[in-house]
Design a protein. Structure first.
Length: 555
């Protein structure tokens, strides 16, 4: 039967080719006749408008955003192809056009005309030549790979067929298998109809009994036991598990429903957002223009205090039920307004104690004296709370880690070094011939030895850990207060900014010098108000004050 089928396919292909050829000739005949071509275009326009009115043609304004992007991409590609075709035709016409006749001497001098010989440059011709050569090489390579691919496909099919024949030849059939027994039963002409009826009736009775047992069980656990009793390797081999799924589809299809999956993703995204918006993980930018907008949602920018990998580890330890959350999934659910710090984002409100400890630790790491590169990594090595920095561990009152010490590599204690540190000191200045003292904060370069720098780290580390413990305690206490606000309570978070110089719209020249220009300070206020739903609506305020005090009393 195979040759007859091939012959039919061949006849069908020949007929379709003839139909295509006839249609092509008819279209050429219409295009060559201007009247017929205009009539054809008129009918096509009417047909298009009719289909458009009937709603058979989908307009772009009725399409989704994805369909709009796809359609506009096709339009761009078609326009590009059309322009490329016109450019090729112009180049062909230009190449076939003979050069203009030379101008006889004496002509054209009266009107001062300059004639240029049209043509392409040598570099352009060389580039086109290389492009054509490269295209020929690629076409040869594609043709070669296609032939190789076809040869490999034939070889794979050949070995598949051989393996199938070998397995079929040496296959040992179990005479006691259900398939072999059914085959022998149907093959044997001496089998009575009653025996076949009995076998079929047994299968139907078992199916009905399983259904009744499932209906009789009230608990899900009991129904699972019933299905487990009749399911196994043979049911899977003979593909009868589908029959079990029709008996109890809710139990067999243990898939997460789309709504539940969406809820799980939404909960995860919300948890990551709350975690990243904590002040210990990111800082909010204070500027009015430090905002970012996506999908008509405007948010104030926040910048991460550490790398995403470290924050991901911190998140896993803070939420153990998300221990299988991968790093790419964590990054994908990062809110768009929580950004990664870059070189352009300057830190101008750093804590002096934090920054000095960071400078000392980074210098010791650079000298290969210790292995930690930041104060936080050093504290985590000295604590036993698995990277979460517990308050007892930082107080050095924890029984599990209070005796831990810094791991120090071998080094020469007498070797001279230089390091930098922030320091506030009194400086004498001369103002109008009088000597005055004022305080200045500078980044001073200090000459010392490796041993003295290591002693300075050991001396300052307990103070730094206590300072870090106070910060963590404040963050947690403030977060706890915000979460437990009642309807009649508010939390006011007030802070002052740096001083700003004022300017006049019109001022005299001498106002540029000295202390003529007044200064002001901005007091920023953030108010949290508890609601019944538990949400915290944001209320932002800012006041202008002439009070320039930033001392502890003002704080």
């Amino acid at each position: 039967m195979a040759p007859i089928k091939k012959q039919k396919d061949k006849v069908t292909d020949e007929r379709s080719e003839k139909v295509k050829l006839n249609m092509r000739r008819m279209r050429e005949r219409i295009r060559n006749n201007p009247e017929m071509y205009e009539e054809y275009k008129r009918k096509e326009r009417e047909r298009y408008h009719k289909r458009k009115q009937e709603g058979k043609i989908k307009l772009i304004e009725d399409s989704t955003e994805r369909e709009k992007r796809s359609k506009r991409k096709l339009w761009r590609e078609s326009s590009k192809k059309h322009r490329e075709g016109r450019r090729i035709i112009q180049n062909i016409i230009k190449a076939d056009t003979p050069p203009p006749s030379p101008v006889p001497p004496g002509e054209g001098e009266g009107n001062n005309q300059v004639h240029y010989n049209p043509g392409t440059s040598k570099q352009f011709q060389q580039g086109k030549k290389q492009s054509r050569k490269h295209k020929r090489e690629l076409l040869k390579k594609i043709e070669k790979l296609q032939k190789s691919n076809e040869a490999l496909k034939k070889k794979v099919e050949k070995y598949k067929k051989r393996a199938h024949r070998v397995n079929k030849k040496h296959k040992v059939t179990d005479p006691d298998s259900p398939g072999a027994k059914v085959y022998e039963l149907l093959k044997n002409p001496n089998v009575k109809q009653e025996e076949i009826k009995k076998k079929l009736l047994l299968g139907e009775v078992i199916t009905k009994q399983v259904q009744e047992n499932l209906q009789g069980e009230q608990s899900l656990e009991g129904k699972r036991k019933v299905l487990k009793a009749v399911s196994g390797r043979l049911m899977k081999k003979y593909r009868f598990l589908n029959g079990l799924s029709t008996m109890s589809p809710k139990l067999c299809k243990s898939k997460i429903l789309p709504k539940k999956r969406k809820l799980i993703k939404s909960t995860l995204r919300k948890t990551i957002q709350v975690f990243l918006e904590r002040d210990e993980n990111s800082r909010m930018m204070p500027g009015k223009k430090d905002t970012i907008t996506r999908f008509n949602c405007k948010k104030q920018k926040r910048y991460l205090n550490d790398s995403l990998q470290i924050i991901h580890d911190k998140f896993i330890k803070a939420y153990p039920h998300y221990e299988k959350l991968s790093y790419p999934e964590f990054c994908k659910n990062r809110p768009f307004w929580v950004l990664i710090s870059n070189v352009r984002i300057r830190e101008t409100c750093l804590c002096m104690q934090h920054e000095n400890m960071s400078l000392i630790v980074s210098k010791l790491r650079l000298l290969h004296i210790i292995n930690e590169s930041s104060p936080d990594q050093l504290c985590k090595k000295l604590c036993c709370c698995d990277g979460l920095l517990g308050e007892k561990c930082l107080d050095r009152t924890c029984e599990g880690c209070k005796d831990r010490h810094i791991n120090v590599n071998d080094f020469n204690e007498e070797e001279d070094i230089t390091y930098k540190i922030w320091k506030t000191q009194k400086v004498k200045i001369v103002v109008r011939g009088k000597e005055k003292e004022c305080q200045k904060t500078i980044k001073e370069e200090i000459r010392s030895t490796k041993g003295l720098l290591m002693e300075k780290l050991k001396e300052n580390l307990p103070k730094y850990m206590l300072h870090l413990r106070n910060i963590i305690h404040q963050y947690r206490a403030l977060d706890d207060v915000k979460k437990n606000l009642s309807v009649n309570e508010i939390l006011i978070h007030l802070d002052f900014s740096e001083n700003y110089n004022c300017k006049y719209g019109q001022e005299v020249q001498s106002a540029h010098f000295g202390g003529s220009k007044p200064q002001i300070s901005l007091h920023t206020v953030f108010v949290y108000k508890g609601t019944i739903e538990g949400d915290l609506p944001d209320h932002n305020y800012c006041t202008i004050s002439k009070n320039l005090r930033h001392d502890p009393s003002a704080i």
